[in-house]
Design a protein around this ligand. Structure first.
Ligand code: RIB
Length: 329
């Protein structure tokens, strides 16, 4: 593979001149630049991107760490980040951590070695001081980490109250909540919203929590167990994947949705329109969240001022068949 020295020799110039042509900095006369570019073409020279990153102190790459690429919520989020980053000629290095803090730390080391220009984080498992020493622009997306980092999240607490109240309004009085992972900040926020709404509705002593982990299969098993122990007429699942699992469990138990048990999820992924009955949900502005986080990161990389540091986007109740109004007493 041709090196920068081969190009210099072929063009009859110094390595420094080739470097100036490559990095478009410093004066090179037109005829010399033409000779250098011709030599690059004849030798099929490919610049060493790591060397360029070291020299220019920019790699035109950013890192994006997400916890579970198998959950349909994240591909839409990733797509939004990539679309915006590509507009500014940045490449996105996608890292899937499987909700494991250790894997997140390993990825951070890899991203540091690749001299990424910034990182978008969807995790709350790092200690703020760990993040601080990375010395690159950081934007926190979907799961708040620390107030010092710009963040884009949705209104998890308000969305949970909306979901719980909707079940009450269609007649449910024995409403269970399938909680997401207890270490995930937005799962905690949704749980808090469920609790506060139940108290506000006078059902504070009827709360019933089913422990989930944001995964479909586990939620199905957990709801099967719960149905054997507890009379339930409404389920608010902390994300759509768990709502699909709950639907499977209820129907497998010989019960009907929504006649016997109404179900509402959270996220607004397309899968909720494919189930029978179609699932009601609280829709997050997934694409908008990702695009906003990417735009904020670009501003930070370009050292432009941010109008504000923290954005909380509204969510929307989407009513479908799984909570269609029914005459429950
Ligand atoms: O479904 C995956 C969940 O994890 C979503 O609710 C999203 O908010 C992410 O944090």
């Amino acid at each position: 593979m041709a090196t920068i020295r081969d190009v210099a020799k072929r063009a009859g110039v110094s390595v420094a001149t080739v470097s100036r042509v490559l990095n478009q900095n410093g004066y090179v006369n037109e005829e010399t630049e033409k000779r250098v570019r011709q030599a690059m073409e004849e030798l099929n020279y490919k610049p060493n991107e790591v060397a360029r990153a070291l020299f220019k102190k920019t790699s035109k790459t950013v890192g994006l760490i997400v916890p579970d690429i198998t959950n349909p919520f994240f591909p839409e989020l990733v797509r939004a980040v990539e679309d915006v980053m590509n507009i500014y000629d940045y490449t996105v290095i996608l890292c899937n951590s499987d909700e494991k803090a250790e894997k997140e730390r390993e990825y951070i080391e890899v991203l540091k070695q690749k001299y990424v220009d910034g990182v978008i984080l969807t995790t709350n498992q790092f200690a703020p001081e760990e993040v601080e020493e990375w010395d690159v622009p950081i934007v926190v997306l979907d799961r708040p980490l620390h107030e010092r980092y710009p963040s884009v999240v949705a209104d998890n607490y308000g969305g949970a109250r909306l979901a719980t109240r909707h079940l009450y309004e269609i007649g449910c009085r024995r409403i269970a909540h399938i909680q997401g992972p207890t270490h995930v900040i937005n799962a905690i926020e949704r749980f808090r919203g469920y609790q506060d709404e139940m108290k506000a509705l006078g059902l504070g002593d009827r709360q019933f929590v089913i422990q989930g982990n944001y995964q479909l299969k586990q939620a199905k098993e957990a709801v099967m167990d719960a149905l054997a122990k507890q009379e339930i007429d409404g389920i608010f699942a902390g994300n759509d994947a768990m709502a699909v699992g709950a639907l499977k469990a209820v129907q497998q138990s010989g019960l009907r949705v929504p006649e016997d048990i109404a179900i509402i999820g959270y996220d607004g992924i397309p899968l909720t329109e494919m189930t029978t009955p179609e699932l009601s949900t609280v829709s997050q502005p997934i694409y908008e969240m990702g695009a906003m986080a990417a735009r904020i990161l670009i501003k930070q990389i370009e050292r432009k001022p941010l109008e504000k540091l923290h954005y909380q986007l509204p969510v929307q109740l989407v009513v479908r068949q799984s909570t269609s109004r029914r005459g429950l007493t």
